[in-house]
Write a protein that binds this ligand. Structure first.
Ligand code: MG
Length: 358
């Protein structure tokens, strides 16, 4: 988020200095995010937003700029053109500050503690304030110093710089921005706002029949006159699904992660293979959209076990069963599956992943 925010400001003509304010414990993350941007060393923030902004302003005060734009790094999608519009608003000499925001479009209701509506509030003239908030530097610094000199509880109650400026009697105007300049405060916000891309990948596997009295397909044991031969439990369905998921993130194939030569995987349940692939996907910030499996065999009959397999795969992959599809077909007696020599499985995984910038 910080990197995107800084990058947005670097794209605005007229901005010649960027001062980041961070928490004292966040230096390593700071360097990782923007260490290659050649910024001045970060300033440490304080106990409140207001205190943090004041620390940033004081750092600039040694060589004071004409204007200063204060921005929340938690608004990484700010448009450089909107930043420029705020700066442009201060071309008018009577304006001390300009705040990016959007006019309210929702109808506002006032309700009591039990939720009963007591009235409708006119939304006329109401805005939702965002950042950046741009000010004449000396006036904002003066206003912040004055606010900091007040009693602590009052000083921390001011939630943005415009409030500090308004309190000091400055003339601050709203500049119309865009809804996409959202503030990210919860993990859910991140999912809603992160641009995602959809990927699809394919998996395929075959195991031959051998001695035994059951086969395991999609984690479900199915009684059968023969078993499947393999190093693990030979769950051809989970193996195909695992390869499909690995394919979506370019993470190789199941044999790379779980080599058949490794005795650790002898006879193990294939749950762990698919869970491993899902874990890699989740670590990359991705999530399953859909898993589609086709089993190819003459026997056993899949139909009676189809729902159990859907539920099992959904449980292993940690997704809703509505995102899992299991189908079966024969090859009309043709080929190795037609000769009942083994079972083949094909799988397609569709996933969402944070969009890769390239
Ligand atoms: Mg296999």
């Amino acid at each position: 988020m910080l990197r995107l925010s800084v990058a947005a400001f670097r794209g605005v003509p007229g901005i010649d200095r960027l001062q980041v304010v961070i928490g004292p414990d966040d230096e390593a993350q700071y360097r990782q995010a923007v260490g290659d941007f050649g910024l001045p060393p970060p300033v440490f923030g304080g106990a409140s937003r207001q205190h943090s902004v004041l620390n940033g302003l004081e750092a600039l005060a040694e060589a004071p700029p004409d204007l200063v734009a204060v921005h929340d790094a938690a608004r990484p999608f700010v448009r450089p053109t909107d930043i420029a519009a705020c700066l442009a608003a201060l071309a008018a000499p009577e304006v001390d500050g300009a705040v990016l925001g959007v006019p309210l479009t929702d109808t506002l209701k006032r309700a009591d503690d039990t939720g009963v509506i007591s009235g409708t509030v006119s939304r006329s003239g109401l805005w939702r304030a965002q950042t950046p908030q741009v000010f004449r530097f000396e006036r904002l610094l003066e206003a912040h110093r004055a606010a900091a000199a007040l009693a602590r509880h009052e000083a921390t109650a001011l939630t943005d710089d415009a409030s500090v400026a308004e309190r000091a009697g400055l003339r601050v105007v709203m500049v119309c921005g865009h809804e996409d300049n959202r503030k990210i405060t919860t993990a859910e916000d991140l999912h809603v706002t992160t641009p995602m891309e959809t990927r699809t990948a394919f998996g395929f596997d075959v195991h031959g029949f051998g001695p035994g009295d059951s086969v395991t397909l999609g984690g479900v044991a199915i009684a059968h006159a023969r078993g499947l031969v393999g190093h693990s439990d030979a769950d051809v369905a989970l193996h195909a699904l695992t390869d499909a998921v690995l394919g979506t993130i370019g993470a190789g194939d199941i044999g790379m992660h779980f080599p058949p030569s490794d005795p650790r995987w002898r006879g193990v349940s294939s749950d762990r293979f698919l869970q491993h692939a899902i874990g890699l996907l989740q670590a990359a910030g991705g999530r399953i959209v859909h898993l589609d499996l086709t089993l190819i065999c003459e026997a056993p009959r899949i139909g009676p076990h189809r729902q159990a397999m859907v539920d099992s795969i959904a449980r292993i992959a940690d997704v809703d069963a509505a995102r899992v599809s299991v189908k079966a077909t024969t090859t009309e007696g043709l080929g190795f599956t037609g000769r009942r020599e083994g079972i083949a499985a094909q799988a397609v995984a569709t996933i969402e992943l944070p969009r890769i910038r390239s």
